[in-house]
Design a protein around this ligand. Structure first.
Ligand SMILES: Nc1ncnc2c1ncn2[C@@H]1O[C@H](COP(=O)(O)OP(=O)(O)OP(=O)(O)O)[C@@H](O)[C@H]1O
Ligand SMILES: [Mg+2]
Length: 387
């Protein structure tokens, strides 16, 4: 038998060829039988008419046998051909084809077994593709985090030096400006306003410098790491920001998971991260909107997220929001360090921070902190009340 290739037409052609060959074979056998019969009967058939009729009958019998043979063989070989075709398609990785057979004979059983095999191969391939997609996404995320960490380590060193050098002259300018304000009792309103502007600008410089120092000293822990219930930290932040959010027409929604494992963290710094996120969310919703504080368990990590219904962030900018000094805000409105510092703080806790966004609909920032498996006595210290 010829090899059956994957194409349906090839298989059909092979089936037809096979059927023809078998039916020709049958014809040959019948022809031989008829020839022998004729040879035996030839002398007994006296007249030419009888001999002619007999020959015609032989001819028709042969044609009938050839046709019948062809169709019987076709019917018998078709399921086999379909099976061959299915097996060839499976081999070529095309797993969608199915053969439906209700026959209880061996071919029917083989068809069903092949069908089952192709179904389980298809589902295994689907699972595999899903796993590959998940792993690729995880790899992409950790690559982004690594890149960010490397970038920040370099900027951190530079920032520490620059901040230190700027801090001293800025402090002196601020002090001298203060002294001037006190000594110039009869200053003109313009001079007083200029001095005030100097003080405000230097104050801003010092805030930036403080932010830079916080960022560059991220490796040094400023406070005590305790076992915390993240829901408490989230609630506290939401409470702290409640007044400001209301005044900006921002609704607050909470979606906190119960029975979360605790985390080991510096509460004040996690709160600082959440405040950064909330401030960004407020800025992204100048007309008001909704902010959702959420928490969830994600494997052996605890996720805290802040989602808003603001402007959202385009994909090209999303990859840059954690970069030092990256800001889309007007000069004087943002330093572009809020998320950089947040990233550094979360990293210091052995966690990660991720941003996702649907441009025009909103953004979501998620903190992932490692859960404490066996917190001592399982007790979580209560967060102090907010006045
Ligand atoms: N929730 C958000 N929605 C839309 N854009 C955001 C959001 N959060 C951050 N961004 C974008 O990321 C940029 C960087 O944010 P980041 O907090 O680091 O700096 P900033 O807010 O501009 O300044 P700073 O926080 O230092 O005052 C923002 O300027 C803004 O473009
Ligand atoms: Mg910010």
């Amino acid at each position: 038998m010829e090899n059956c290739r994957v194409g349906h037409e090839d298989c059909t052609r092979t089936a037809v060829n096979l059927s023809l060959k078998i039916s020709l074979g049958v014809c040959g056998v019948v022809l031989t039988i008829l020839a022998v019969g004729n040879w035996i009967l030839w002398d007994k058939l006296g007249s030419w008419e009888l001999r002619r009729d007999h020959l015609l009958l032989d001819l028709w019998t042969m044609v009938g046998v050839a046709f019948a043979g062809y169709f019987v063989v076709r019917r018998l070989t078709r399921p086999l051909m379909e099976l061959t075709e299915l097996a060839a398609q499976l081999g070529a990785g095309q797993l969608e084809r199915r053969i439906r057979s209700d026959e209880s004979d061996e071919i029917g059983q083989l068809s069903r077994a092949l069908d089952d095999m192709s179904r389980s191969l298809q589902s295994a391939r689907g699972d595999l593709e899903e796993q590959v997609a998940i792993r690729t996404e995880e790899l992409r995320k950790s690559q982004v985090q690594l890149l960010q960490a490397a970038r920040m380590a370099a900027v951190g060193e530079l920032a520490a030096g620059v901040a230190h050098e700027i801090n001293n002259p800025a402090g002196i300018i601020l002090m001298r400006a203060g002294q001037l304000v006190q000594s110039l009792t009869d200053a003109t309103p313009e001079a007083a306003e200029d001095l005030d502007a100097i003080q405000r600008q230097v104050d801003k410089i010092q805030r930036i410098v403080t932010a830079l120092l916080t960022f560059s000293r991220r490796a040094e822990s400023a406070g005590e790491m305790t076992v915390l219930d993240v829901n408490q930290v989230v609630l506290r932040t939401a409470q702290l920001m409640d007044g400001l959010l209301r005044s900006r027409h921002v609704e607050i929604e909470r979606s906190l998971a119960a029975d979360l494992p605790p985390v080991r963290a510096e509460g004040a710094r996690i709160e600082q991260v959440l405040l950064n996120l909330v401030n960004n969310a407020i800025d992204a919703m100048p007309e008001g909107g909704r902010i959702t504080f959420g928490s969830a368990c994600q494997g052996d990590r605890v996720a805290i997220y802040v989602a808003d219904t603001g402007s959202g962030i385009d994909q090209e900018h999303l990859d840059r929001v954690f970069d030092p000094f990256y800001t889309t805000k007007d000069p004087g409105q943002g330093t572009g360090l809020g998320l950089t510092i947040s990233f550094a703080i979360v990293e210091q806790h052995g966690g990660a921070i991720e941003a996702s966004s649907d441009p025009g609909k909103g953004s979501r920032f998620t903190l992932l902190l490692p859960a404490v498996k066996n917190s001592h006595n399982g007790r979580i210290p209560e967060a102090p009340d907010v006045e």
